[in-house]
Design a protein around this ligand. Structure first.
Ligand code: URA
Ligand code: SF4
Length: 221
């Protein structure tokens, strides 16, 4: 499929052989797809650039877009609790997203509330050079894909979270992240919808089990 002029892809903005800090600086200029236009700023990553475990989310949310940091909103709170319960130090993991600008629609009739829109496959593809470059620099032992969008980016193919979750997978041959294992799990924002409802405990426990699996795989690697 030809790339649209609006979506040339991020590659031309990604510096060669750069560390995470340099990549983050460069990402501010990215025009690899149209999502930069309605977003406040690029949201790159957080966490140590030599982490053993990298977590990949979908895209920044409303709070992340305003603050410029990943996972500082409600989904990030759930994730921090789950990491803690899995025995992973939240400050020791590398946190990033498959897509680095917030895709949303504004609802003028509701006080300009900004409603999350799932990024399209074309946005994931356009933004992939950033994820490849940063994970190439960090070289984590294990990459955790949070939800279907992240799993698609990391595995390079459509992925069903329900079928893949909790297993320690090899990175695909010829894929972007040679050497790392991949663990797919649910996105923490899926849990937010269950808060204070039946199903929360089981869903949270399942996320914790998957994160603990990733921690174990990182230790064994
Ligand atoms: N959801 C994500 O996928 N990423 C974030 O950074 C925040 C919420
Ligand atoms: Fe570039 Fe990714 Fe932002 Fe699109 S979403 S402009 S590819 S950083």
């Amino acid at each position: 499929m030809p790339r649209s002029p609006e979506r040339p892809g991020a590659a031309r903005w990604v510096p060669d052989d750069a560390g995470v800090e340099e990549l983050e600086q460069a990402a501010h200029a990215c025009r690899g797809c149209e999502l930069w236009r309605d977003a406040t700023q690029v949201v790159f990553s957080a966490g140590p650039p030599d982490a053993d475990v990298a977590l990949v989310g979908e895209q920044p949310g409303d709070r992340e877009d305003r603050e410029g940091e990943p996972f500082v909103g409600p989904a990030g709170g759930v994730l921090a609790d789950a990491l803690d319960a899995a025995g992973l130090d939240a400050g020791a993991v590398y946190l990033t997203n498959a897509v680095k600008h917030f895709r949303h629609v504004e609802l003028p009739e509701r006080g300009k509330r900004r409603l999350h829109r799932t990024p399209a496959v074309a946005h994931v593809r356009a933004c992939l050079p950033w994820l490849e470059a940063e994970l190439g620099a960090v070289r984590p032992r294990v990459v955790v894909a949070l939800g279907a969008t992240a799993a698609r980016a990391v595995l390079g193919a459509p992925a069903r979270v329900g079928e893949l979750r909790g297993r320690v997978l090899d990175t695909p041959d010829g894929g972007a992240f040679p050497g790392a294992s991949v663990v797919v799990t649910t996105h923490p924002s899926a849990l937010l919808r269950l808060r204070d409802r039946s199903g929360w405990d089981d869903a949270f426990a399942a996320l914790v089990v998957d994160l603990a699996t990733a921690a174990r795989a990182a230790r064994a690697a």
